[in-house]
Design a protein around this ligand. Structure first.
Ligand code: ARG
Length: 459
């Protein structure tokens, strides 16, 4: 009998009900956490004299065997079992007999599943933390090599002022850095152990919750048993952190799709990270970026699915909460895949620096600097703005850029123009002079890179 609760029933569960109720097909992935938690629980039961030391040892050994058999593929998940908890317990009893029947003393599947989800979430936070760190390293490497790669900065997707590739990528570095810090914050808050909360109201056995919490790497036990078995805030927090990561990846993807377009040609995607068309032989598509952008919606959906599941639940455990797993696993799998692929794609991306630079030099990205030049020569900013506006209009009609006008032509707009205007509006000057903290000037950017490099080495 694979089910744990037959005693008070006189009929078999209807097959359709069993299929509807069972969760093994998706919660089997919690096997490691489930066994880890059970080992800590059994060890605590033995130490507290709730079961004998020999029984505890027999249980712990049996659980170890089950773990290695699952990992070697000798023990497979079959759908006669309801969930991962029943699967492990039934297999334990099958292997070690009566001692196995004592494992669940002072425990409920409610605190058990709460523990499994917490252990699993914590592990996934740590994994995502290290994947984000790798992504940040890739971005930082690109930044270091490109503090003098000029490109246009955009507002409204219109050329605005010149920046550098390092500066543009630096913006994404900041986003993913915040994401990484958010993960650390989420981990801090969730790292308390629900095991020992029982079904909802603790137990009458003398459990040592501090011991199990410590054994499982938590700061300590949670302090309200009803909350402990019905709290999934940490999953929601993690999924919202993942949603932000996806949002950043999606914005980045959108830019790379634009940069990779025939019109921009700022970047060339590596063949290994692009795909072709079944009909148009000339095509090389940025599918990774498009999929990442597309999958962002899916992760948001997972987050909202879980928030909606939780919103009407009375205390304490309700079976609705079994619905936390599929969206959580889907969001987690999706985000891992996206972050890893994105890092690979970025590290093989080549930049057409000449195209970027040419683009930065066209489109009047130096118009602000031309106005600032006049300001230095005593023209009030509002007047300077108007003068350069008229210069730009003239240039558009002529199909020329500001620096292509002769000094005579410029002087016809304002007597304040002098020979040094050309130097003042050159691309290099425009970038080099943007020395504001957080600005694109190579000098400033190098200091920021140094700062972030030191930080990255500490995470
Ligand atoms: N499969 C269940 C879940 O994922 C385990 C907890 C079951 N508890 C219960 N009282 N039925 O939430």
């Amino acid at each position: 009998m694979a089910q744990l609760w037959g005693g008070r029933f006189t009929k078999e569960t209807d097959a359709s009900v069993k299929a509807f109720n069972d969760s093994l097909r998706f919660d089997s992935r919690l096997y490691h956490e489930d066994i880890e938690g059970s080992i800590a629980h059994a060890s605590m039961l033995g130490r507290q004299g709730i079961i004998s030391a020999e029984e505890a040892d027999t249980i712990i050994n049996g659980l170890g065997v089950i773990l290695s058999e699952i990992e070697s593929g000798d023990l497979v998940f079959t759908d006669e079992y309801e969930d991962i908890h029943s699967f492990v317990e039934a297999n334990l009893i099958e292997r070690i007999g009566d001692a196995g029947k004592k494992l669940h003393t002072g425990r409920s599947r409610n605190d058990q599943v709460a523990l499994d989800m917490r252990l699993y979430t914590r592990r996934q936070i740590d994994l995502m933390h290290s994947e984000l760190k790798d992504l940040l390293q890739v971005i930082l490497d690109i930044m270091e090599k490109n503090t003098e790669t000029f490109m246009p900065g955009f507002t409204h997707l219109q050329k605005a002022q010149p920046v550098t590739l390092a500066h543009h990528f630096g913006a994404y570095f900041e986003m993913f850095r915040r994401d990484l810090l958010r993960l650390e914050d989420c981990r801090e808050r969730m790292n308390y152990c629900p095991l020992g909360s029982g079904a909802l109201a603790g137990t009458t056995y003398p459990l040592d919750r501090d011991y199990t919490a410590r054994e499982l790497g938590f700061y300590g036990p949670t302090l309200n048993s009803m909350d402990s078995v019905s709290d999934r805030d940490y999953v929601i927090e993690f999924l919202s952190d993942l949603s932000l990561i996806m949002m950043h990846l999606s914005r980045f993807s959108e830019e790379l799709i634009i940069w990779n377009s025939n019109e921009y040609r700022f970047v060339e995607m590596d063949d290994a990270f692009s795909t072709g068309s079944s009909i148009m032989p000339q095509k090389k598509n940025p599918d990774i970026c498009e999929l990442v952008r597309g999958k962002t919606g899916r992760v948001y959906g997972d987050l909202f699915s879980l928030m909606t599941t939780m919103k009407g639940l009375p205390l304490a455990y309700n079976k609705d909460m079994q619905e936390d797993k599929e969206p959580a696993f889907d969001a987690i799998d999706t985000a891992h895949a996206c972050v890893k692929l994105f890092a690979g794609m970025l590290s093989t991306l080549s930049f057409r620096k000449d195209v970027m630079e040419k683009s930065a030099a066209r489109g009047f990205t130096n118009a602000t600097d031309a106005a600032d030049y006049l300001v230095v020569r005593g023209v009030p900013f509002r007047d300077a703005h108007g003068i350069i506006g008229r210069v730009v209009l003239y240039c558009i009609e002529e199909g020329r850029s500001i620096e292509e006008l002769s000094l005579e032509e410029l002087k016809s707009f304002s007597e304040a123009f002098g020979e040094d205007i050309y130097e003042a509006v050159s691309l290099k000057t425009c970038v080099d002079k943007r020395l504001t903290v957080g600005g694109p000037a190579p000098e400033v950017m190098k200091a920021v890179i140094e700062n972030r490099k030191e930080w990255l080495a500490t995470v």
